[in-house]
Design a protein around this ligand. Structure first.
Ligand code: ADP
Ligand code: MG
Length: 310
């Protein structure tokens, strides 16, 4: 039977520079095309951390040296990142599908994610975006008004607010395209964060977590599967410790216990586990899987990955 699948692609599926991205999306397209070929309905959500950082720094530098470049809000930078990631992703998928003799339209949807204007996340920026800086460079940027934080021993990065997604404005468009047999790229970069003001949607200074946004989208379009594709084959407990153990399945109760034990790093594995739990909990029959990009098909076939079950 035809399955409705939402895939969430992480940074390694996209690369961080333009040249990286071109190469990365090619292998990403190969991994995804198999699912489409199998006849499943596929929606692709993706991250944008490096890309939105690059765009916002470029826009801001242009604004300093070039008086006619106005200030570009972060919400618009997210929209730009959806555009250029979607452009590469939809074209490489199109090419891969055509090479398999499949003439299936692929479209990226400019997607907006509704957040609460009073989400406490706006008071506590946590989401790292853009390049890594040395501590000295980070201090300079902090003096210029950026929130800077050390990112998991890898260097300093700008951090922005990451409010919880409530709704995806374009959900009915996604459903209509799926019903028409098309492949959809949506909720890119977690979606453009907006809050409601009457009939108006106002852009928010934030970047929504792509794993949470993908879970909300999967819920709203009543998907059967949420598949989070990342840089590890499975979720581990005691990760990178001598007693490390890779998990084939994890129940909601186990996941809750592991979260309490601090098994999943905030900002990397934790949001994935939480997104998977949320999706599985909201309706019986829903399945969530966390695995490697290259293992997407094997994961659905039950051969690998970590399955989150009720
Ligand atoms: P993505 O770009 O796909 O969102 P992230 O880097 O945000 O990827 O998150 C995936 C990373 O989470 C893995 O590469 C791994 O290093 C890290 N990680 C943290 N805790 C765990 C854990 N308990 N099990 C597996 N991976 C973990
Ligand atoms: Mg991540």
């Amino acid at each position: 039977m035809k399955k409705r699948i939402v895939l969430a692609l992480g940074g390694n599926a996209l690369g961080s520079t333009l040249a990286d991205q071109m190469a990365a999306v090619r292998s990403t397209a190969k991994a995804i095309a198999g699912l489409i070929e199998a006849g499943d309905e596929v929606v692709i959500a993706h991250g944008n951390g490096p890309q939105v950082g690059m765009i916002s720094v470029a826009m801001e530098e242009a604004g300093k040296s070039e008086a006619r470049t106005p200030h570009i809000p972060l919400s618009v930078c997210v929209a730009m990142s959806q555009g250029y990631i979607g452009y590469d992703l939809q074209n490489s998928l199109r090419e891969e599908l055509l090479s398999r003799g499949l003439d299936i339209p692929v479209a990226s949807i400019i997607s907006q994610t509704v957040v609460a204007e009073d989400d406490p996340a706006f008071q506590d920026p946590t989401k790292p975006i853009g390049s890594f800086y040395s501590e000295a460079e980070a201090k300079v940027r902090a003096g210029q008004g950026y929130a800077m934080k050390e990112d998991a021993g890898r260097g300093w990065r700008q951090v922005v607010a990451s409010p919880k997604p409530i709704d995806i404005v374009e959900k009915d468009t996604v459903k209509a395209l799926l019903a028409a047999g098309q492949v959809v790229i949506a909720a890119g970069g977690g979606g453009i964060p907006v809050y409601r003001q009457g009939n108006r949607l106002v852009g928010a200074r934030a970047v929504v977590d792509k794993d949470f946004a993908a879970a909300v989208l999967a819920e709203l379009i009543d998907a059967d599967y949420l598949i989070i594709l990342t840089a590890v084959e499975k979720v581990a407990i005691n990760y990178r410790r001598p007693d490390e153990r890779w998990l084939d399945t994890m129940t909601i109760a186990e996941a809750k216990r592991y979260i309490d034990e601090g098994q999943f790093a905030p900002g990397s594995m934790l949001p994935k586990v939480q997104a998977a739990m949320r999706f599985v909990e909201t309706k019986p029959g829903r399945q969530a899987l966390i695995t490697l990009l290259e293992s997407a098909a094997a994961g659905i076939a039950g051969q690998t990955g970590t399955r989150i079950i009720k």
